[in-house]
Design a protein around this ligand. Structure first.
Ligand code: NDP
Length: 280
């Protein structure tokens, strides 16, 4: 049976460390706020936004909430971002995605100043990560690295397969594993012989967005399996991209859904905010 990689516990440890850091920074006179912008009232986005505000309150940083109506124009949103870019006390700007279809997400991401881009989505942040320079790293992949390190999984020299190549998960994930000296293969919907390829992995990271697609035929005995996927099944229960019940029998370690990668994303967002306050 696999060891369970407990994202709830590890994210809790990270938030406690950050809480201490925030209180030390306050003593040095360093404070700052995270601005969270939501356009429209998509229920899933509202939950994420609420969780982010709660996390800020927990670690002791201020959050400024901007809840804008669905019909907000792109110009108005860009105007608000420009205003927040100029505000000294705002150290992080986060625009909850997805945005309504009449707003160009690319333009919005580009409008956030890279030094306040705590989501790590700005092309400058992505470029810095590619060449190994300082900058914000997108939160979910950064969270996976922390899960592995804090669970004692050695990355260096290991063969890693990342299934999925999206800009927010798969690609940055692969680059971060490369930075940690793994030998990395990126798989996607056109990859041939996917189960065979995945079976070569010491560390298999799945961000495919397909409920319970990955069963034992994709997993080598003793591999570490990280499941980034989040879905609701027919019974309205959360599940991942991996068939947890069967894969846990052959993996050496595995993340559950819920309670694996999910909680790490917000913890790493908080880490980026604290880094921004520290550097501000
Ligand atoms: P996307 O849909 O943007 O990307 C999915 C990727 O999987 C694509 O690169 C696609 O390939 C690839 N893919 C799709 N089908 C197959 C297949 N049959 N075989 C091989 N590859 C395939 O999803 P995201 O990266 O945004 O998210 C992935 C999952 O992670 C989702 O379940 C999402 O909900 C979850 N997620 C969880 C987060 C968390 O905090 N835990 C945060 C962000 C996402 P191609 O490029 O060829 O189309």
């Amino acid at each position: 049976m696999a060891a369970i990689i407990d994202g709830k516990k590890i994210s809790g440890q990270i938030k406690d460390e950050l809480k201490e850091k925030v209180s030390a920074l306050k003593k040095e006179g360093k404070t700052g706020a995270l601005a969270v912008i939501q356009v429209g009232s998509d229920p899933a986005s509202s939950v994420y936004v609420r969780n982010k505000k709660n996390a800020c309150a927990y670690i002791g940083i201020e959050s400024l909430a901007y809840e804008l109506p669905e019909e907000t124009s792109e110009k108005e949103l860009l105007g608000l971002i420009e205003e927040l870019n100029e505000k000294e006390e705002v150290r992080g700007i986060l625009v909850q995605l997805p945005l309504p279809p009449h707003i160009d997400e690319g333009k919005v991401i580009l409008a956030i100043r890279p030094e306040k881009d705590v989501d790590g989505f700005h092309p400058q942040s992505v470029g810095s990560m590619v060449i190994g320079e300082k900058g914000f790293v997108s939160c979910t992949p950064a969270g996976v690295i922390q899960l592995l390190k804090r669970s004692g999984v050695e990355i260096e020299g290991k063969r890693c397969v990342v299934v999925g190549r999206s800009n927010i998960v798969g690609k940055p994930m692969a680059l971060l594993m490369l930075r940690e000296n793994a030998t990395v293969t990126i798989a996607h919907s056109r990859t041939k012989n996917l189960p065979e390829l995945c079976r070569q992995a010491d560390i298999l990271i799945v961000a495919v967005g397909k409920p319970q697609m990955i069963g034992t035929e994709y997993v080598r005995e003793g591999a570490v399996v990280i499941d980034v996927g989040i879905h609701r099944n027919a019974d309205n229960k959360l599940c991942g991209d991996v068939k947890f019940d069967e894969v846990e029998k052959i993996a050496s370690a595995i993340t559950p859904v819920p309670g694996g990668v999910g909680p790490m994303t917000i913890a790493m967002l908080m880490a980026n905010c604290v880094q921004s306050i520290e550097e501000g």
